[in-house]
Design a protein around this ligand. Sequence first.
Ligand code: NAD
Length: 503
Amino acid sequence: MNQASGSEVRGESRLLIDGKLVEASGGQSFANIDPATEKSLGDTADGTAADMGTAIAAARRAFDETSWATDHAFRRRCLEQLHAALEQHKEELRAVVVAEAGCPIALTYAIQVDLPIADVPYYSELAVTYPYDQPMPEREVFGQRTRRMILREATGVVGAITPWNFPLFLNMAKLSPALAAGNTVVLKPAPDTPWSATVLGRLIAEETDIPAGVVNVVASSDHLTGEVLTTDPRVDMVTFTGSTATGRRIMAKGAETVKKVFLELGGKSANIVLDDVEDLGAACAGGGFAVCVHAGQGCAITTRLLLPRSRYDEGVELAAAAMAGMSYGDPWNPANLMGPVVSEKQRQRVLGYIDKGKAEARLVRGGDIPAELPTGYFVEPTLFADVSPKATIAQEEIFGPVLAVIPYEDEDDAVRIANDSIYGLSGAVTSPNEERALAVARRIRSGTLSINGGVYLAPDVPFGGYRQSGLGREHGREGFEEYLESKTVAIPVAGAGAPKLTG
Ligand code: NAD
């Protein structure tokens, strides 16, 4: 089916540990399955807990014994080299992402491949322009005149654990700021998309001066290999993107060593169409369309469409028509914005939710495996109407091309339904009255909001979740600062006298 067959995709089977591209210590490997063909693209070394331990030791040594954390100019140069290598190998990376994630090639020209590469200079510049030393005004403390400063320093060894849906984007969303800020990293990618990380490992080893141990890439078929990062006392911080369930576990496991945890988790975002929208077409088509992009495998996709009851039937029809017109299938076909879901396991999970939806709401379209695509893990674009805000399909993250349409009575009701979720990652509001839309956006408890189709994703603004959608922010200066510690230093002003401690 593929226009470029699996054999044309050049991946990387080896791990990167302590500056060397190596096989796994146990000698095992695992297959990288193309979700569009169900065939193996090739093997990847199956990293073990022992490999993880070696990688952590290398990252620890590189942090403690080299000048990586303090030589800002060197880090900028290394990141510039990495940027050049990524540019040079962009087509190779594009092919890897399409093949192993089943991502439509059209999306790789934006968020999946081109964007994370284009964003590297934002971080390489920040490595040198960030004000690490911040002087504070002199102050009298316990009778002593004191000169004070705040020093911002790299956190240390960072364990980065990433999912399969936007593999290169998310690997770079962790690597770029963590390295720019002076940390050393052990990257553990999802077993479904190992090459988006191991190819990075090869480029770092072969085409940059990044010192041995500063970046390690340990792929593994076993999720628990990554868990070593959450318990090992030599790791200072875990930066994680993935499901809320795994995020909870990572927090619990990290508690033993009081690990700094940074979490980007799931979402169930609401798309509110306000009742003053005259032409429902664009808003509802956009809503139906959005949930199909990359087969719904995006944490910030708006999977709940909230329509005013007065316009409800019309809106449902428009969203269903948009989904019916969605062109999907072969991810190598540039006309397709929807490919397969990543694995049979994931497809069964999505179909399980669709079965629940059939019992608790009205199935308007889709709901099955498409008959015309018997090979590949495809699911039909699926729309449920008359969904109760409390229904399972309105509350739980499905991570497939499934839209739940919910009617609301008035603006307060819409806000209440939107906020009736354990998640708070994103959302959308549509209204010709921007001030009204902004007022509604202010009431939504989530980390990002799109008004009238505005695109918020960019390297210089934060992205992240309220409530159980996460802890901390990725991107922007705030995202960079997640990878820094603060140290306050106080020095008596000469001749200002000894401290007088009272009390
Ligand atoms: P997942 O939580 O199953 O796995 C994510 C990563 O965690 C993988 O690398 C996996 O191997 C690893 N992992 C699993 N169990 C672990 C454990 N006990 N200890 C350490 N590591 C472990 O998530 P997924 O299914 O790969 O990805 C989909 C999820 O990611 C969705 O919930 C989605 O919303 C979320 N996501 C969030 C964002 C965001 O920025 N908020 C972005 C993309 C995806």
